[in-house]
Design a protein around this ligand. Structure first.
Ligand code: SAM
Length: 272
């Protein structure tokens, strides 16, 4: 099995080359736009104006822009220099750079350079914890250490069962052995020797990770529940602003139902 260090390097290389694609991920498809809204509303539940926020794996800045709009003071970090540079350029071009305290390179596995309790909120959206495999518990412990005692760590990881269902045609092209391995471990390294690779979670795995890291789960959500497939039908709803808002409202509520948590491609969490 590929080592975690090698896999982290591989993921960094993938994101170094994927700056534009990463920006478009939550914009290009109806499911992506719903996922953005699910993540944005979850974030708004946990961030208040004036708070100090560390954003881990910020990428080109979809949620940096939202954090700035919420009135947070954001320290933006990523393991990928090109992603960080794109984040900075966008903040300057769109006029919210004043909300950013600093842009710095950071591997989620190593937050030793940051003081205990120094952030009100730590955000790790889009899978930083999924990209460090067996180091996720240690990484989450580090994020909890640098979060204030009444603060919160908000993040999302990739979902095992939701991804299995959503990507079923591709999944069925894999060998039975690879499928058994993925379902048993959530680890994609064996079946994907190139490109993007990550650790997938069931909701119960995520709860276990949070517990082992010494924290309490405050909230969980899938992303998405009803809207991963059927893009034409969803685009028709999106064409009517009032129907779209009503749909998003119900979708966000559905994503938080216990029975829906394993149904999306991502699992969101808030913990302390
Ligand atoms: C899927 S993107 C998510 C970007 C943004 N947070 C969002 O949700 O739109 C994942 C980001 O995590 C970063 N990343 C991957 N591995 C990481 C690690 N070990 N430590 C910190 N960031 C990492 C990538 O470079 C990339 O920018």
């Amino acid at each position: 099995m590929e080592s975690t260090d090698a896999a982290v390097d591989r993921v960094r290389g993938y994101f170094d080359a994927e700056v534009d694609g990463e920006w478009l991920r939550l914009e290009q498809t109806p499911a992506g736009r719903v996922s953005f809204e699910v993540h944005r509303r979850f974030l708004a539940d946990h961030v208040r104006a004036g708070e100090s926020v560390l954003e881990v794996g910020a990428g080109p800045g979809r949620f940096t822009r939202e954090l700035a709009a919420l009135g947070a003071r954001v320290t933006v970090t990523d393991i990928s220099q090109p992603q960080l540079e794109a984040n900075r350029q966008r903040a300057v071009a769109e006029g919210y750079a004043d909300a950013v305290v600093d842009w710095r390179l950071l591997d989620v596995r190593d937050v030793r350079g940051l003081d205990d309790g120094s952030f009100d909120v730590v955000v790790a959206y889009g899978g930083p914890l999924s990209y460090v495999f067996d180091h996720a518990e240690e990484a989450l412990r580090g994020l909890l250490r640098i979060t204030a005692s009444e603060g919160v760590v908000v993040g999302s990881v990739m979902s095992l069962l939701g991804a299995w269902r959503h990507f079923l045609p591709a999944v069925l092209e894999l060998s039975d052995e690879d499928n058994e391995h993925i379902l048993a471990t959530g680890d994609l390294r064996r079946s994907q020797p190139d490109g993007h690779v990550c650790q997938l979670y069931r909701a119960c795995d995520l709860r276990g990770l949070i517990e082992r890291a010494g924290a309490t789960t405050l909230a969980l959500s899938a992303s998405n529940w009803a809207s991963l497939d059927h893009p034409e039908a969803i685009a028709r709803v999106e064409a009517s602003p009032s129907r779209w808002q009503r749909f998003l409202h119900h979708e966000v509520l559905a994503c938080r139902e216990p029975g829906a948590l394993d149904g999306g491609t991502h699992l969101l969490f808030a913990c302390r």
